[in-house]
Design a protein around this ligand. Sequence first.
Ligand code: NAG
Ligand code: NAG
Ligand code: NAG
Ligand code: NAG
Ligand code: NAG
Ligand code: NAG
Ligand code: NAG
Ligand code: NAG
Length: 270
Amino acid sequence: MSLLLLFLQVTVFCFSITLHGGNETDKLSLIAFRAQIIGDPFGAMNSWNESVHFCEWSGVTCGRRHQRVVELDLHSYRLVGSLSPSIGNLSFLRVLNLENNSFGHNIPQELGQLFRLQMLRLGINSFSGEIPVNISSCSNLLNLDLERNNLTGKLENLGKLDVSKNRLSGEIPLGLGSCTSLEFLDLGENVFEGFIPKSLSSLRALDALDLSHNNLSGQIPKFLGNFKLLKSLNLSFNDFEGEVPMQGAFGNAMWFPLQETRSFVEVYLC
Ligand SMILES: *[C@@H]1O[C@H](CO)[C@@H](O)[C@H](O)[C@H]1NC(C)=O
Ligand SMILES: *[C@@H]1O[C@H](CO)[C@@H](O)[C@H](O)[C@H]1NC(C)=O
Ligand SMILES: *[C@@H]1O[C@H](CO)[C@@H](O)[C@H](O)[C@H]1NC(C)=O
Ligand SMILES: *[C@@H]1O[C@H](CO)[C@@H](O)[C@H](O)[C@H]1NC(C)=O
Ligand SMILES: *[C@@H]1O[C@H](CO)[C@@H](O)[C@H](O)[C@H]1NC(C)=O
Ligand SMILES: *[C@@H]1O[C@H](CO)[C@@H](O)[C@H](O)[C@H]1NC(C)=O
Ligand SMILES: *[C@@H]1O[C@H](CO)[C@@H](O)[C@H](O)[C@H]1NC(C)=O
Ligand SMILES: *[C@@H]1O[C@H](CO)[C@@H](O)[C@H](O)[C@H]1NC(C)=O
């Protein structure tokens, strides 16, 4: 009987945490985030007040068990302001989507602390300054979109980008071309389509490139043959057409056409 009571008490206790708890650090971070927003023409953040639990604030999603903020999505609200460094304290954050607003100033370095971050979308804003050096140490980052800002710097620390075996679609992002220190790029087993972009020709540090198992088309670009350090190139299972280039490193490559109907090419460069 007393055991049952204890069980009930524990259950009720857990429930009250779930309903009203949450981590004060997350709340303070969100309040600091809001304080840097000086324009909200659609009233997107009207619910961000004390009478509403922060997990219910619009755009905020908390994890069900621990009431920690896992998503902050306020895209396309014409928000004006800057991004508070306190964002770096939302340590459970997996998705940050502030795309298509009018955020200005720098992207705070503290973003680099968000090691659980999987999606970071800050495109179509007015961010300027350097891309935070540690953004690329967000090792879970699968979806990085910084398009249409006024950022400088390079994803210099980004030596390895492996987003293989996802369901990433659309064209290969042109911006990848600025990750000039990439040594390992694996976009394999996704649903990327379109051509291999010319901008990838700047990835001269590449040692391994895997674009296999996508829906890429067009010619295999000749510039791939100029990557002096490339040891492994996997283009198999796509819809490439035309000849495999024979220039540059392709000249001494071993390649394996394994299937006639689709161009199935596995190229190893010595
Ligand atoms: C809240 O989160 C911070 C940072 O992750 C952690 O240091 C702190 O112990 C947490 N507090 C509670 C009450 O869970
Ligand atoms: C807080 O937000 C809720 C939901 O948007 C709203 O109904 C309520 O009036 C707000 N309270 C105050 C004091 O602004
Ligand atoms: C950006 O946000 C505005 C305002 O919500 C919307 O009208 C527009 O379609 C959005 N643009 C994009 C590219 O999402
Ligand atoms: C992050 O949290 C720590 C500990 O709670 C606090 O000292 C620090 O001021 C916070 N940083 C920001 C930028 O809010
Ligand atoms: C960047 O990461 C390095 C190594 O993890 C760390 O020592 C440094 O403090 C970080 N810098 C910032 C600004 O977070
Ligand atoms: C981009 O940033 C540079 C240097 O910070 C500045 O001179 C320029 O006006 C900015 N361009 C736009 C479109 O904001
Ligand atoms: C090339 O890609 C195909 C399809 O993803 C895979 O089966 C094969 O093992 C890859 N080859 C190498 C050497 O990585
Ligand atoms: C691949 O692309 C072709 C056209 O380029 C399209 O017809 C086909 O549906 C695409 N396949 C997938 C799986 O997206």
